[in-house]
Design a protein around this ligand. Sequence first.
Ligand code: ZN
Length: 418
Amino acid sequence: MQQGLARPAALAIDATRFWRTIERSAEIGVGRPGGLARVALSDADRQMRDEFCAWCRDAGLAVTVDAVGNLFARRAGREPGLPPVVLGSHLDTQINGGRYDGIVGVLAALEVVRTLNDRAIGTRRPLEIAVWTNEEGARFSPPMVGSAAFAGVHTVDWVHARRADDGATIGDELRRIGYLGEAPVGGRPLDSYFELHIEQGPELHARGVPVGVVTHGYTAHGFIVDVHGETAHTGPWPMDRRRNALVGAAMLAVAVNDIGWKHHATGGKGTAARIHAWPNKPGILSDYAQFTGDVRHDDPAVADAMRAEFMAALADCARRSQCEMAVFDEWHWGADIFDAAMVSLVRDTARALGVPTLDIASQAGHDAYHIAKVAPTAMIFTPCRDGITHNNREHAGLEETVPGINVLLHAALARADR
Ligand SMILES: [Zn+2]
């Protein structure tokens, strides 16, 4: 037995079975060639959930669904009263999503359980696989809403009331697809949470390193801004009287992009993600628009400064567009949120298995950010080709993914048996 491992390093997942499961998932909610369009609480999401629950029951797991549709598949421990070690991620995708984002983490967790079942290996603490609802926010805003509710950030009623552009609410859609569960949301102790996820950046693939030990997250500040103007005819109405909300929102989009460029040299990002305008028609100026964007930086102080720059720009954009602007919603995440002992466990486990690692920051938001508020949490990154993600060309190779899953297996075992 290698030093630092609770079990022999020869204990390893079944890579072929894992990949077959990934390929089955890739048939559900097919999008652009090679990709998925499995947005949250759609018929495709229901089909994937049904399939996943069937796999879990086949693996002897007890599946529960909570009131925001989060799924938990539990493998009993020898001491059932102890809080579970939870492994999870998400199964929903962006509208032009890939086959791996989130999915690799959930199906890796399933493969960990299947591997333990094959060898009849029990654990002291229960193991649970978690599937969080609406991680992507592609259909319902904000993203990561299921894990946020679990962590007590949002109430169940607030989550249920989130409305998609198609008019449906999360509550309606959970009911429609049969995943409005009865289990309470959160409020129970977890021993710990592991989330394996593709890196969604180029570093691991470029360096040929299979495992990223996620040390912290970029600090992100996001905002939704309401812009109010006034409808008018696009022809006769003079320029100096125009209060075009579409233009106001467009100015915000350019401003946040400029802030990203200003901090580009040190890795800062400024994102204009979405403009919704009304009436948004030819022949008429829009009297309402809503802008969604964010700024991110590895250094929390710089991220805070970028936020301040955006707020200053907002005042300037409001003046120049002659619109009223108000921040409707604001959020932030990131920084040193992960548990030092859990991060060390991931690193030490990889070392004991002989798997090369790279310490790395996460630049994307993840469910783990919310769960870190209520349980000791760590993330494991696996490579994705050229860092391409939120794109149908997203690709993760089996051989470069398997070492990370074996690290997850041994780290979760160590945690569950301690
Ligand atoms: Zn993801």
